[in-house]
Design a protein around this ligand. Structure first.
Ligand code: ADP
Length: 304
């Protein structure tokens, strides 16, 4: 099974001709409200693809929190470890431009309140756990403890270094697989993600910090998968993108779902294969609007 130490946010989305400049007011096309958050998206992505998924998270004692819990339950996700705190449920303000490119502000709220000891208990107790996923939107201390507990159990840890934040450095020694997009990779390593030598040099730093595989996602350019001695390009699937929201999240969820099917420690070939699957899933996601509504089932990925 897969456990996700997850941010659970309600997204408030506006569609506009372009992203506004600082100080500018712009007339947009439409607004919507959807469930999102990187962790929640990753968990739902993995569940729709058939993985058995548990969420470690925290929502507020508010209607958004009730709604998110119910939505996870409806996806078949184990919500035993979703807690409630006095802070409001996390929220994101998202602007999507006419090309489908988004810009996002997230306020963590209850996501910052996941207790580290509860994360440890959950990771110790979950049966047949194979993969633990974390990102940087949920409480970092809880993610750290979850990863340390997973490591002690021989469970694979997958860190998505999103959103870009130096706190990722703290988690690298506990992460088996590190997934960074171009912006995050540049911030984390100071290297150019579109230059093969830059990717190798930057990844070498991450390997030195303790991880075993680095995956650099490059949007429509696909991704690079590296271990300490090799680098493999996995192309994206050519599609007409309308909204890239949740592209990276679906990629991480799909990667985790696939890696959870591998008994024991994966090989680099397994990780490359899982990235090929994740690219197929993300290609479906970018042809649809929104976060949860865009996440495909396994059947939809096979038919695409
Ligand atoms: P993020 O959403 O975190 O910025 P990326 O944009 O790098 O992440 O996208 C993650 C993955 O999603 C890519 O590696 C690719 O497989 C897929 N993807 C993203 N954008 C496109 C696109 N325009 N066309 C096809 N696949 C895409």
């Amino acid at each position: 099974s897969v456990a996700v130490v997850a941010s659970l946010n309600v997204d408030h989305i506006v569609r506009a001709p372009r992203i506004p400049e600082p100080g500018e007011t712009l007339l947009g096309f439409s607004t919507s409200r959807e469930l999102g958050g990187k962790g929640g998206n990753q968990a739902v992505a993995a569940a729709r693809l058939g993985a058995s998924v548990a969420v470690l998270g925290c929502v507020g004692q508010d209607e958004d929190g009730d709604e998110y819990r119910q939505a996870l339950l409806a996806e078949g996700v184990d919500v035993t470890h979703v807690r409630r705190s006095a802070s409001p449920t996390g929220r994101a303000a998202i602007t999507v431009d006419a090309e489908g490119v988004n810009s996002i502000v997230v306020v963590a709220g209850a996501n910052a309140d996941i207790p580290a000891d509860a994360a440890e208990t959950a990771i110790s107790d979950l049966p047949e756990l194979r993969v633990v996923v974390g990102q940087l939107e949920a409480a970092v201390a809880a993610t750290e403890r979850a990863f340390a507990t997973a490591r002690a159990r021989g469970v694979l840890t997958v860190l998505n270094t999103a959103p870009a934040d130096d706190v990722a450095v703290k988690l690298l020694p506990l992460s088996d697989v590190v997934v960074s997009n171009e912006i995050e990779f540049r911030q984390l390593t100071g290297q150019d993600p579109f230059d093969a030598d830059g990717v190798r040099r930057g990844s070498a730093e991450l390997f030195a910090a303790g991880c075993h595989w680095v995956i650099v996602t490059l949007g429509a350019e696909g991704c690079a998968v590296l271990d300490a001695s090799s680098s493999t390009q996995v192309p994206a699937v050519a599609v007409r993108a309308v909204d890239t929201t949740a592209a990276g999240d679906s990629f991480v969820g799909a990667l985790a779902a696939r890696l959870a099917e591998i008994p024991g420690e994966p090989t680099t070939a397994d990780v490359v294969d899982a990235c090929g699957f994740a690219a197929k899933v993300a290609a479906v996601v970018v042809t649809r609007h929104g976060a949860h509504p865009s996440l495909p089932t396994l059947a939809e990925v096979i038919d695409a």
